[in-house]
Design a protein around this ligand. Structure first.
Ligand code: UTP
Length: 294
């Protein structure tokens, strides 16, 4: 590794329209998944992969996110007085997780635009992008693999996942060719939200990226694309076809939840709660009875 330690960028400035009205006054990244907001899982994932510096791109309703990662002296004092050290530890944990920075995206002009807002903080170094509403199960360490691939190849690495061809229109889709490493592909082209018949494969881009800083220059001139938004996929397509740059994909087959989607959000809560020692033993039999009654 001949670069500075990776920083993480978490875009959390989208409008979250699929989750209205819950997201009218609260970012979707703050929706609780069991008892933690989705974005805390994502910050924890970055920290587990060895990243200490995390920049969150915030939009409207920014205070929710800022407050969550800040100390809450009144609440902490109340819990201290009550002697409730378990809850106090939970409250303090999110303050101490990482070195958290915040920057605003004035208007939600797209994921590519949100990532460009990180330029001043990241500088001329590779960095990770983790979407704040996309949860990767901590038992399936995707980011660590991606960071290692970046160090090996010195080029941008994205996460890909096979999806049902009927849902490829919801994602960016990748044209690929194999590499010498199982589970790692070279990306030859990318299309944002293609129609099923135009999709180059059923490999979808999911919300983890390790980006070369070259992406910033490309994003500076990327025109609005699908949905009138500046798309990160369009900038990556330019890097993929640039012979001096290149883009690689790590194909992920573990557990992943898009908590910005209502059905996936419910699945995430059920899965994570039933795996937990404090909730699982009561929840699992109830789920069996519930399913049997359907
Ligand atoms: P999505 O497309 O899932 O977010 O963006 P959205 O637009 O908020 O959702 P819906 O479709 O209206 O429900 C993927 C990620 O990029 C961030 C979002 O917060 C999410 O983490 N994003 C998107 C930004 O930070 N800024 C933007 O302008 C757009």
């Amino acid at each position: 590794m001949s670069h500075k330690p990776f920083k993480a960028v978490i875009p959390a400035a989208g409008l979250g329209t699929r989750f209205l009205p819950a997201t009218k006054a609260m970012p979707k990244e703050m929706l609780p998944v069991v008892d933690k907001p989705a974005i805390q899982y994502v910050v924890e994932e970055a920290v587990h992969a060895g990243i200490e510096d995390v920049l969150i791109i915030i939009g409207r309703n920014k205070n929710n996110i800022a407050n969550h990662f800040d100390s809450m002296p009144e609440l902490e004092e109340k819990l201290r007085q009550k002697g409730d050290s378990d809850k106090l530890a939970k409250v303090e944990h999110s303050n101490d997780l990482a070195d958290i920075h915040l920057v605003r995206q004035g208007e939600p002009k797209g994921l590519g635009h949100a990532v460009l807002r990180a330029r001043a903080h990241v500088g001329d170094h590779p960095f990770a992008v983790l979407l704040g509403d996309d949860l990767i199960d901590e038992r399936d360490p995707l980011l660590t693999t991606m960071l290692a691939e970046y160090d090996k190849r010195g080029a941008t690495v994205i996460a890909l996942m096979e999806v049902d061809p009927d849902s490829i229109h919801l994602y960016g889709a990748a044209a690929i060719e194999p590499t010498e490493t199982d589970g790692v592909v070279r990306v030859t082209g990318l299309v944002e939200k293609p129609r099923k018949e135009d999709a180059p494969s059923n490999l979808a881009i999911i919300g983890r990226y390790v980006l070369s800083p070259d992406v910033f220059d490309v994003l500076e001139h990327t025109e609005p694309g699908k949905g009138g938004e500046i798309q990160l996929t369009d900038a990556l397509q330019e890097l993929a076809t640039d012979t001096n740059a290149g883009v690689y994909g790590v194909v992920f087959s573990g557990r992943r939840y898009d908590t910005g989607d209502r059905l996936d959000y419910i699945k995430a809560i059920v899965q994570l709660a039933s795996d937990r020692e404090d909730l699982g033993p009561d929840l699992r039999p109830w789920l069996k009875d519930f399913a049997a009654g359907l």
